[in-house]
Design a protein around this ligand. Structure first.
Ligand SMILES: C[S@@+](CC[C@H](N)C(=O)[O-])C[C@H]1O[C@@H](n2cnc3c(N)ncnc32)[C@H](O)[C@@H]1O
Length: 275
C-alpha cells in the first residue's frame, strides 16, 4: 500500500497524540498496516483525512477504545494453522515431557482461541497438569472475552475441522457445553490458562518460559520493533526453549538469529541454543 509524505505526517501526529494521552506506543508499527486500519476507520466515520481522527481520539475515550481495536487487529481462530498444533503434539511435547513442569507464553493471544487450543492439545497428551499457559495481549477487551471463555457457535463449527487436522483425539464438543448460540469451555481446559495484560512494546520480559508462541503479531511491527520484541523473547526463554512465530514471520536478519536453531521451517519453530 503506497503512502504519501503528508499521510506519514498525519499518522505520526496521530500516534504521538495517542502516546501522550493514553500511553500506547504505535510509533514502530509498520506504516502500511496502520494506514490500512486508519483508511477503514475514516471511511466508516465519513472523514477525508487521518488528521481528522486526532480530536476524536484525544477527547473521546470511548472512541479511542474502538480505535484501539482497529489498530490491534484481533483476527484469530481455534487451531489456526492445524499443522503447527500437530507438530507441537507429535514433536515438541515429547521433548518438553522431560521437564517436571513447563511454562508456555502466548504473546498477542487476542480473544484466547489459540491458548484454549494449546490447552486442549496438552490435555490430550496427558501433560496439562504439569503446564501453565500464560496468554497475554494489550487489548483489555479481547482479554475479557478470553477470560470468559464464551464463544459464538458458528466460530466453533468452523474450528472442528481444524481441530481434527491438528491430530485431535476426541470430538471438539468434548471440551465445552453449548447454550443457545454460544459455547463455554469447561473448567478442566480453562484452569491452567492465566490471561493477563502485557504490552510487547513497553513491558518487560515474562520469566523463564519453555515455549513462546507469538503468531501473527510481528507482521504489524517495523523491523526495529520486531528486533526489540525478538530480544524480549530471547530473554524470556529458558535454554533449549522453543520460539514459535506466524507463517509470515521470521527471526532471519534479526539480532537474535544466531541464538536460535530452526527446528521446523514449515511451522516457524525455533529452538534457543545459546544464552
Ligand atoms: C492478528 S492477532 C493474532 C492472534 C493470535 N496470536 C493468532 O495468531 O490467531 C494480533 C494480536 O496482537 C495483539 N497485539 C498487537 N500489538 C501488541 C502489543 N504491542 N502488545 C501485545 N499485544 C499486541 C493484538 O491486540 C491482537 O490481539
Amino acid at each position: 500500500m503506497k503512502i504519501t509524505e503528508l499521510e506519514k505526517i498525519e499518522i505520526d501526529l496521530l500516534l504521538q497524540g495517542i502516546f501522550l494521552r493514553y500511553g500506547y506506543d504505535f510509533s514502530e508499527y509498520s506504516y502500511a498496516s496502520i494506514k490500512r486500519r486508519l483508511s477503514n476507520r475514516i471511511e466508516h466515520e465519513n472523514l477525508s483525512h487521518f488528521s481528522e481522527l486526532l480530536p476524536k481520539v484525544l477527547h473521546n475515550e470511548e472512541f479511542f477504545n474502538h480505535f484501539l481495536s482497529d489498530l490491534s487487529v484481533g483476527v484469530t481462530e481455534f487451531f489456526r494453522n492445524p499443522s503447527f498444533f500437530l507438530y507441537i503434539r507429535e514433536r515438541i511435547i515429547p521433548i518438553l515431557k522431560s521437564y517436571p513442569f513447563i511454562k508456555i507464553w502466548h504473546a498477542g493471544c487476542s480473544t484466547g482461541e489459540e491458548a484454549y487450543s494449546m490447552a486442549i492439545v496438552l490435555a490430550e497428551e496427558q501433560f496439562y497438569e504439569r503446564a501453565h499457559v500464560y496468554a497475554t495481549d494489550f487489548n483489555s477487551r479481547s482479554l475479557e472475552i478470553a477470560r470468559e471463555g464464551i464463544y459464538a457457535l458458528p466460530s466453533i463449527q468452523d474450528a472442528k475441522e481444524n481441530y481434527l487436522q491438528s491430530g485431535g483425539k476426541n470430538q471438539f464438543e468434548h471440551y465445552y457445553h453449548s447454550k443457545y448460540k454460544s459455547v463455554k469451555f469447561h473448567n478442566s481446559i480453562k484452569k491452567n490458562i492465566i490471561f493477563s495484560y502485557h504490552n510487547l512494546v513497553t513491558d518487560s520480559s515474562f520469566g523463564e518460559m519453555n515455549m513462546i508462541v507469538c503468531h501473527n503479531v510481528l507482521i504489524y511491527f517495523n523491523r526495529n520493533l520486531q528486533n526489540k520484541v525478538l530480544k524480549l523473547f530471547q530473554n524470556s526463554l529458558c535454554f533449549g526453549g522453543f520460539l514459535c512465530l506466524g507463517d509470515k514471520e521470521t527471526i532471519e536478519y534479526s539480532d537474535v538469529s544466531k541464538q536460535f536453531e530452526l527446528i521446523s521451517k514449515k511451522n516457524k519453530i525455533y529452538k534457543k541454543i545459546t544464552n
